[in-house]
Design a protein around this ligand. Structure first.
Ligand SMILES: [Mg+2]
Length: 391
């Protein structure tokens, strides 16, 4: 089998009407970079990459007249990766991954659409499409190729965002809605207000939902180390399943390790890890117990398998960030898989609501994987036409 063409489409939604805030950043436009790899045998692999960087993800830019153009990782795929992979056998994912990753030796982190971070995101999209082809060629879902540990995976909701005018009562009501949908684990954003106010927010949710619902807290890198340690100690009595990215971006390994040693709450991180070596540092020196490596942001499934092997060796659980339609296969396929992140609010996450004509269902807090080859998903062609920007 040979690769005959590669297509990159930045799918971009308008910003949500009500602004959502995490600790330090507003949620801007939501986007997803869709990749299609075509072959001479008629199999088409679907890949997805999730652009990093707010408010403009590294997959598109806005023109002065308000229209959008594909940039960053989208252009890297078409301009750099496509010429590298044309005519190659798509089943040789390890060899093709090394070919793509080696581009990073020539290129630094910054650069107009040619920086290393754009390349890692571009690799993610292409590698994920290659695994779709592998599954389709073998007539097996990817999670069965990876190990087939189970057919259903537990899911949690990410919610509790800060919004203008949102009261404590609104927050409690939001979380009760998730519990009513059958979710048994809910993650709340903290760090945008003072520690005392956040403790009050989390206490209100804990009291309303009772002890049987798991609560996780995501600081999105909002604290310095002393504040993170102080907050963790105050939150410990509330039975928190994990505390996520508590420390600012510039101290995300050593500082995180200090926090991990200071609290009984398990620490989670990894959505901003670029590759297996970042993941290794978070485990060995950051003291994390939950790894959230996002293979749609960086480097794809081929790299995520290395990260998963590290986790298995170090008794760290894998709970990947975002994109449940892809990461569900990792959590279902591998024994180290813990739980899957989902976003049921369609205005916060239109990807799940609008990008697919076929995708798995989430019911009672569990995703049942589709018994279809590859990722099992089909793209909604209408959404691609109306929201897509081709590179
Ligand atoms: Mg997070």
């Amino acid at each position: 089998m040979k690769i005959t063409d590669i297509e990159a489409i930045a799918v971009v939604w308008p910003p949500p009407e009500k602004h959502y805030w995490t600790a330090l950043r507003p949620i801007g436009r939501v986007s997803e970079l869709v990749v299609r790899v075509y072959t001479d045998e008629g199999l088409v692999g679907i890949g997805e990459a999730h652009g990093a960087g707010m408010p403009f993800p590294n997959v598109y830019r806005q023109n002065p007249d308000g229209t959008l153009r594909a940039e960053g990782a989208s252009r890297v795929i078409v301009d750099l990766l496509k010429p590298l992979l044309m005519g190659e056998d798509p089943l040789n994912n390890e060899r093709l991954w090394a070919k793509m990753f080696n581009l990073c030796h020539e290129i630094g982190w910054a650069g107009a659409g040619r920086g290393r971070s754009e390349i890692l995101t571009a690799i993610a999209g292409v590698d994920i499409a290659l695994w779709d082809i592998k599954g389709k060629a073998a007539s097996l879902p990817v999670y069965k190729l990876l190990g087939g540990q189970r057919d259903t995976v537990p899911c949690y909701v990410t919610g509790g965002y800060y919004q203008d005018g949102k009261t404590l009562g609104d927050l409690v009501q939001e979380c009760e809605t998730y519990a009513d949908l059958g979710y048994k684990a809910i993650k709340l954003k903290i760090g945008h207000v003072g520690v005392a106010e956040d403790v009050e927010r989390v206490t209100a949710v804990r009291q309303a939902l009772g002890p049987s619902i798991d609560l996780m807290l995501d600081v999105n890198e909002g604290y310095d180390v002393p504040t993170a340690i102080r907050a963790a100690r105050l939150l410990e009595p509330l039975n928190i399943r994990w505390l996520e990215e508590p420390v600012h971006w510039y101290d995300r390994v050593e500082g995180l390790g200090q926090v991990a040693r200071s609290t009984s709450i398990p620490i989670a991180s990894g959505e901003n890890a670029s590759h297996r070596w970042d993941a290794r540092d978070l485990i060995n020196r950051g003291g994390i117990r939950v790894m959230q490596f996002d293979c749609t942001r960086n480097c794809g499934i081929t790299e995520a398998l290395k990260v998963a092997a590290l986790c298995a060796m170090q008794n760290v659980r894998l709970a990947p960030h975002h994109d449940p339609q892809i990461h569900g296969h990792l959590v279902a396929g591998l024994p180290v898989g813990e739980i899957l992140e989902t976003f049921p609010a369609a205005d916060r996450d239109p990807i799940w609501a609008e990008l697919f004509s076929v995708r798995p269902e989430i019911k009672n807090g569990e995703m049942t994987l589709l018994d279809r080859p590859g990722w099992g998903i089909e793209l909604d062609e209408n959404t691609l036409r109306t929201r897509g920007v081709w590179a």
